[in-house]
Design a protein around this ligand. Structure first.
Ligand SMILES: *Cc1c(COP(=O)(O)O)cnc(C)c1O
Length: 387
């Protein structure tokens, strides 16, 4: 019997269509050239002996771990660091061969993937070490220290024994020792300089004990720009590559360019609000006789759940107000003052259109977040277009 279904329903979609087809004509524009530029800015200011492990966690801050890793590997990045296996998989799928350090996150149950992808794990305690050793035939690891951030990592007093036990195991290769320099906001916990001194002490003790691994790594974006004395053997910044300096007091002066060039969506409906629809909702911005547009993006796509006051979008080079409430897949926009707007028009939540621009600063102010927060709101199901 002959099938009545369409050819597309019967056969798998061609790969190009599956991976490149814009989801509801909403996408992020990512500037790989800016990421290259930012990497070169850092590389040029670091001593040649200091390795760069690019931190590409959270899908490279929403910019696409695979494509970003491929770009940075071509620039000469020494390694990568991620917190989830999906990011490590995306990087290996691009054929990137550099070491990938897994920050704390994946558990020993993921040993088969760790082995298949040739990943380096993080170990913060003897318990973790034993469980990973039981799960893997051979393991490559970094020991993580907690210098006063109260997150993962062994306390300074436990590092010596952890290093000694790990180094004594024939199936274990301890490649590095690292920590994340960070201060807890609004507390009197150990500050950056105290944390640095703690790591220096740990390094001295490990060297004396003959257990110091080849790589000691501390600085992320803020540290690498603000404290050149803390370079050690390697650094693992992330935000920097996407144009976020993370400090107002840089000692290393870099001119960074934003990687996220635009958040682009489309007008998926336009209508005139006439009497046939009334009564009007008792919500800010609704007026009889207005023109309403519907955008193909919603809070399920990373837009704030509550539409911020003064939220705007660019339509045909004009600013148009976004009206509350937000929906999972749609937003409303007041197009009364943009009569030339048409179904299918491209609209920008971030970026330049004609003479108008919505800057990163505008957007993070609107959304009540910061640049890293904005990047973390980028969703993996929205396609990224690389420019
Ligand atoms: C997030 C993170 C980094 C990178 O931080 P940035 O501020 O993005 O440079 C480095 N190391 C660890 C352990 C992290 O968790």
């Amino acid at each position: 019997m002959q099938s009545r279904t369409s050819p597309l329903a019967r056969t798998a979609l061609p790969f190009a269509l599956r991976s490149k087809g814009p989801a509801r004509d909403t996408w992020y524009e990512i500037d790989l050239q800016a990421i290259r530029h930012n990497y070169r800015q850092l590389r040029a200011r670091l001593p040649a002996r200091v390795k760069i492990f690019a931190c590409l966690k959270r899908n490279a801050y929403g910019c696409g771990a695979g494509d970003v890793a491929e770009t940075l590997a071509a620039e000469g990045a020494d390694g990568f660091a991620v917190a989830s296996l999906s990011d490590a998989i995306a990087i290996r799928e691009k054929g990137v061969r550099q070491p990938i350090l897994l920050y704390p996150g994946p558990l020993p149950g993921s040993a088969p993937i760790v082995e298949a992808l040739d990943l380096t794990i993080t170990v913060s305690s003897l318990v973790e070490l034993e469980l990973w050793r039981a799960a893997l035939t051979a393991l490559r690891m970094f020991v993580k220290c907690d210098l006063g951030f109260f997150r993962a990592g062994a306390a300074p007093s436990d590092i010596g024994r952890l290093l000694a036990v790990a180094q004594a195991s024939a199936d274990v290769e301890v490649q590095g020792l690292y920590a994340h320099l960070s201060e807890l906001p609004g507390t009197v916990a150990a500050n950056a300089l105290t944390q640095f001194a703690r790591l220096q002490r740990i390094v001295l003790d490990a060297r004396a004990a003959g257990t110091l691994p080849p790589i000691v790594m501390l600085s992320s974006t803020e540290g690498v720009l603000r404290y050149p004395e803390m370079d050690f053997d390697a650094v693992d910044p992330g935000a920097l590559f996407f144009g976020m300096p993370e400090t107002d007091e840089p000692v290393r002066q870099v001119s960074l360019r934003p990687a996220l060039r635009a958040i682009s969506t489309s007008l998926v409906a336009i209508k005139h609000v006439d009497a046939s629809l009334e009564p009007l909702p008792d919500l800010p911005g609704f007026e009889s006789g207005m023109t309403i547009g519907v955008l193909g993006i919603g809070w399920g796509d990373g837009y704030p759940r509550r539409v911020p006051p003064h939220a705007e979008v660019l339509v045909r080079g004009h600013r148009a107000r976004i009206l509350p409430p937000a929906h999972l897949e749609h937003l409303r926009v007041d197009l009364t003052h943009v009569p030339e707007a048409r179904f299918g028009d491209r609209c920008l939540l971030l970026g330049r259109q004609g003479d108008e621009v919505i800057t990163h600063k505008d957007l993070v102010t609107q959304w009540g977040t910061d640049l890293v927060g904005l990047h973390a709101d980028l969703r993996d199901h929205i396609p990224r277009v690389y420019v």
